[in-house]
Design a protein around this ligand. Structure first.
Ligand SMILES: [Zn+2]
Length: 190
């Protein structure tokens, strides 16, 4: 396996993501591929894992376009499925997820920066924008305590830091997407 692919798989966010979409075996299954197609039986033997678990992991990865298969005849002249992994697609899906997170954070930031927020000091978990607080006559709708203005500075700084981290990650993934290559012609990916 080349260095780019190794780096991608050793990244913690990749591992979390793969587990989310295809279960705890996903990363181990993917790590077995080294420019050669593998059958579920071979994967099952190598990992000492039940064939049903291997198949369902491959199917979940296939659903995202990450695992691709082709049908071919084996030495007994029977059809078997051979699988391959599309690393470019892993990066692609990861990138999409990060961009979604980025947009959400950006929206949250413009909301926080553009509005004054009011909260209940009695910990009722009430936090509303000025217009809503005014409609409540600046009293908590839950306990009637006077609502207080919220200092959003810490929250805004925290959001900004998160945004910076994601922005860096997006840049890294975009560069990776340019460089990473797969040898999966002849396989059904979608
Ligand atoms: Zn309250």
């Amino acid at each position: 396996m080349n260095k780019l692919k190794k780096d991608l798989l050793s990244d913690k966010s990749t591992a979390i993501f793969l587990e989310q979409i295809a279960g705890p075996m996903a990363i181990n299954v993917i790590k077995l591929f080294n420019n050669d197609g593998l059958s579920p039986e071979e994967i099952s033997k190598k990992l000492n894992e039940k064939i049903t678990v291997v198949r369902s992991t491959l199917n979940s990865l296939h659903f995202r376009g990450i695992a691709c298969y082709k049908k071919q005849r084996n030495e007994n002249n029977l059809y078997e499925f051979i699988w391959e992994i599309k690393y470019k697609k892993i990066v692609d899906v990861l990138l999409l997820q990060e961009i979604k997170k980025f947009k959400k954070l950006e929206y949250e930031l413009t909301q926080k920066e553009g509005h004054d927020y009011f909260f209940c000091p009695k910990k009722c978990n009430v936090e509303v924008i000025f217009e809503v607080a005014a409609a409540y006559n600046f009293k908590c709708p839950n306990c009637s305590a006077n609502l207080e203005i919220l200092n959003s500075k810490n929250k805004i700084n925290k959001l900004k830091r998160e945004k910076n981290i994601i922005e860096k990650n997006i840049k890294k993934l975009e560069e990776l997407l340019e460089k990473i290559n797969d040898n999966t012609s002849g396989y059904h990916c979608e």
